[in-house]
Design a protein. Structure first.
Length: 286
């Protein structure tokens, strides 16, 4: 039977998944707001649908799998706001549905570890909107939903090398601050592993094995380039935007045991050192 993925908000992570599925004969419909991006998706083998006014009827009629990458806003989940009833109608026949959430749902744990069973206590408005969106998707009857809580995403085009080369990178230091990360290729393999062995209702932390202070990552990237590490800047003196400061409001180490034990995933890039080396070797940049 032909597998058909309807991908809402077909962006960075979803495109990485598509690169794994398309060679296996999948049909993929991906929504985008940008006509220029639609041309790029078409060139990659994805059937683009312009959001929010494109015709989704064929995609809904044929979809066997559903992926939601579009994030919520002040009005709620944008996909459910438009298509809740249509998705509820096809839910019983779907084989798998995946919602890309964030580890921000856990809030601040002062560097402590969190698992998928840790209570959701977000400390930012963005995190609370994700908690609400997760609940809204879970509330759809018979939807074979899987929630993926993604750590900080990096990969081709999303690495620190350009800023380090340009001299604009900073090693911002907040004592005790750690972040978890994940390479986009590992996101894609986790999603594919879940598609192969569905477990509706499951939530998965998607992160690597090595939560680390952000200044260590910048310093390591500089070392790979043979450049001196940027100077350290105390967090209180960094003059960051409110959005950037909000990321530093939370510090936690995210446990990824479930993706390895339940899904059998062996990370391609188990830590940021492996991931950054691979980026540099593959492209000469990131």
């Amino acid at each position: 039977m032909t597998k058909t993925l309807l991908s809402f908000g077909h962006g960075y992570s979803a495109r990485a998944l598509a690169r794994r599925l398309l060679p296996q004969g999948w049909t993929i419909y991906g929504t985008t707001r940008n006509p220029d991006k639609a041309d790029n998706l078409r060139a990659e083998g994805v059937t683009p649908i312009l959001w929010p006014n494109g015709d989704l009827s064929t995609a809904f009629d044929t979809a066997t799998h559903l992926l939601i990458s579009a994030g919520p806003d002040a009005e709620g989940d944008p996909v459910l706001n438009l298509y809740h009833d249509r998705i509820a109608a096809i839910a019983p026949r779907l084989e798998w549905a995946g919602y890309l959430s964030t580890t921000g749902v856990y809030g601040d744990h002062q560097g402590g570890w969190v698992t998928e069973d840790t209570p959701l206590t977000p400390s930012t408005r963005r995190g609370q909107m994700r908690v609400d969106a997760e609940a809204a998707w879970r509330a759809i009857p018979n939807l074979p939903l899987h929630i993926f809580r993604l750590a900080g995403i990096y990969g081709p085009g999303r690495g620190p090398f350009e800023k380090v080369r340009q001299g604009t990178a900073r090693r911002i230091v907040k004592p005790g601050q750690v972040f978890s990360r994940i390479h986009v290729d590992d996101i894609a393999q986790v999603l594919e592993a879940s598609i192969r062995q569905p477990n509706p209702g499951a939530a998965y932390n998607v992160c690597d094995n090595d939560p680390a202070p952000p200044q260590d990552v910048i310093g390591y990237a500089a070392g790979l380039l043979g450049l001196p590490a940027p100077p350290e800047v105390p967090f209180d003196e960094a003059g960051m935007t409110p959005m950037a400061r909000s990321f530093y409001a939370e510090s936690k180490r995210v446990d990824n045991t479930r993706i390895k034990q339940e899904l059998g995933v062996s990370l391609i890039h188990p830590d940021y050192r492996s991931g950054l080396k691979a980026l540099l070797e593959a492209t000469g940049d990131a």
